[in-house]
Design a protein around this ligand. Structure first.
Ligand code: C2E
Ligand code: CA
Ligand code: CA
Length: 557
């Protein structure tokens, strides 16, 4: 528990010495004036009026608890003690027992009420503290953070360091180590931040998967870098005995004016966090130009989520043909978004890059797999689907793709998964495991956009791939550039040397097709043969193509 952070949050409850001095003076005056008035204005201590003295006694107990109650009771009792007559008219003195009992009663009642107030106040404090603590992790929560930032924002000379950290793969960690793994994980991360980075940093749990790191004064000289925070996950974290690799994204608030509100600081950190996710970075610092883009992304992702629910997405299919004969050998499924506004088609490059960086990629890939597997039954040929880097680390998704094919009664050999070279480079270990799992299900696995992702030949040798898809950038200049042809020849040879089926994408011209055929490429894909088209159109295209091939076979030229 970070008591300094909590103390800052409960700063309002600190003692206020000047107010106390004024109250003591006021209560003393009230006791003296009250005693004199009650005795001399009502005719002596013989009446019931002296019990009104209990009012300042109880007030003293309310403010100064047991001590206040006892002192108030004693003073009040004494003031109504031996010096005060029983009857002011006759001057008869009080009985000693009488005023002693009164002092005892006042003091006892003062002490009791003081205790009662103390108990109530403690309960209130405990409730206030609980309201500022996340019960599951024991860390101060969002309320505590807002208060800690607000207490200081009035006279803050230096901008505070505020960073919002999100645990990216919390879902998978919870699946592996149990639901309460999240709580243990944030506790461990908070401890690592304070022990490993700076003991003065305050760590707050902001949401189930987010923590906020705060330093009230982040001076220019010893300013903390948000990048430093990533050190805490360099070593794996052991959660309930299971070592887990944790991935973080950090968004940091920007340079702010003194007096900037707490909510604004946190909002900036969130905008920066979204920006980091969007750019596939791990750390990002707030800049005003991120606002527009983030707003756009949020709207786009909300639209995609609705679109998936409302069935606005569909698959188009682009044929792959045998280079030698031109016969259709299969197709690639490519997602399209039918705009709910005008029914037009929105191409994937306008939404997939941002979907890929969000949690929506899982549902999207499930939709693609489900629809494509449904289509395989009609087309009775191999179908390829694309999966992303993020899908590769989602073991659940990979397993469910396997189950979907099995339940659908599909021969797994009819399904090919295209994985971009970039996805493999980003996390080769996870990619290797996912590819092995996909291969165990019987799927073909092809390396997409080959030549653009800086992967090493080592991956090609060690990963259990079945195909290589050479990026269209290498096809573009084949006709005019001798070096492009030699490079293509090498790439095809590399694929064949490793027993991979080689596909060239982006074939737009007859000349390119001819060169690729001569170089021994296995399959070709591109606008020269056909553009991606809706399912029924693809089936018609193939039928027409089959008829043409049959005619050619019957009447060879
Ligand atoms: P990709 O996987 O490389 O897909 C091939 C892209 O090249 C397709 O663009 C296709 O229309 C285009 N293409 C095919 N032949 C030619 C040609 O001859 N010339 C040119 N210039 N382009 C050609 P599309 O459908 O716009 O898809 C773009 C990218 O979006 C895909 O690149 C893929 O990365 C992504 N994508 C599409 N569908 C999915 C999907 O279902 N899941 C995932 N994760 N990504 C997808
Ligand atoms: Ca592809
Ligand atoms: Ca490609």
């Amino acid at each position: 528990m970070q008591w300094n952070a909590l103390r800052a949050a409960t700063g309002r409850l600190r003692h206020q010495p000047r107010l106390n001095a004024i109250l003591i003076l006021a209560l003393t005056a009230l006791l003296f004036a009250g005693a004199w008035l009650l005795v001399y204005a009502t005719g002596g201590t013989q009446r019931a009026w002296p019990y009104l003295m209990l009012i300042p006694v109880l007030l003293a107990a309310a403010r100064f608890r047991v001590v206040g109650g006892i002192i108030g009771g004693l003073v009040g009792g004494l003031l109504l003690g031996p010096v005060m007559p029983l009857d002011t008219a006759t001057g008869v003195a009080q009985d000693t027992t009488n005023w002693l009992i009164r002092i005892g009663f006042y003091t006892g009642l003062g002490a009791f009420t003081g205790m009662l107030f103390q108990f109530i106040r403690r309960q209130g404090r405990a409730r206030e503290r609980d309201a500022r603590v996340d019960a599951d992790s024991g860390l101060p929560n969002k309320t505590a953070l807002l208060e800690a930032l607000e207490t200081d924002d009035v006279d803050r000379a230096d901008a505070p360091f505020v960073a919002l950290i999100r645990i990216v793969d919390l879902g998978e960690i919870m699946e592996a180590a149990g639901v309460s793994a999240a709580d243990q994980l944030v506790t461990i991360l908070a401890r690592r931040i304070r022990r490993g980075i700076d003991p003065d940093l305050e760590v707050y749990r902001f949401s189930a998967s987010e923590i906020v790191v705060l330093r009230q004064e982040d001076t220019a000289t010893d300013g903390l870098n948000a990048e430093d925070l990533l050190q805490i996950t360099e070593d794996s974290v052991e959660v309930y005995g299971i070592p887990v690799h944790v991935e973080l994204v950090v968004g940091r608030a920007g340079t702010v004016e003194p007096g900037t509100s707490a909510r604004e600081l946190i909002r900036q950190a969130r905008v920066a966090l979204f920006s980091a996710i969007e750019r596939q970075q791990t750390v990002c610092r707030y800049a005003p130009e991120q606002e527009r883009r983030t707003g756009e992304t949020i709207r786009l992702l909300a639209g995609v989520r609705r679109g998936i629910e409302n069935g606005e997405f569909e698959l188009h299919y682009q044929p792959k043909v045998r280079a030698e004969t031109g016969e259709p050998a299969g197709c690639e499924a490519l997602v399209r978004w039918r705009s709910p506004a005008d029914g037009g088609i929105i191409p994937p490059d306008q939404f997939m890059p941002r979907v890929e960086c969000s949690a929506l990629i899982g549902p999207m890939t499930r939709f693609v797999a489900q629809s494509a597997f449904g289509f395989v039954k009609h087309c009775r040929q191999r179908i390829s689907i694309n999966i992303t880097a993020r899908d590769l680390i989602d073991q659940n998704l990979i397993a469910s793709i396997g189950r979907m094919a099995a339940y659908g009664g599909l021969p797994a050999g009819r399904i090919e998964i295209e994985i971009t070279e970039g996805a493999i480079v980003r996390d080769p270990v996870a990619a290797g495991e996912a590819i092995e799992q996909l291969r165990r299900c019987g799927f073909h696995v092809s390396l997409d956009d080959f030549g653009t992702g800086y992967s090493s030949f080592e991956y090609l040798r060690t990963l259990p791939l079945t195909g290589l898809k050479i990026d269209r950038a290498f096809v573009r200049d084949l006709e005019d550039d001798d070096r492009a042809q030699r490079l293509m020849a090498c790439m095809i040879d590399v694929g064949h040397a490793l027993d991979l089926e080689v596909v060239a994408e982006g074939v737009e011209k007859a000349g390119q097709r001819e060169i690729l055929r001569e170089l021994g490429c296995d399959l070709l894909q591109g606008f020269y043969f056909a553009r991606p088209m809706p399912g029924q159109e693809y089936l018609d295209w193939r039928q027409a193509r089959d008829r043409a091939t049959a005619r050619e076979a019957a009447h060879p030229r």
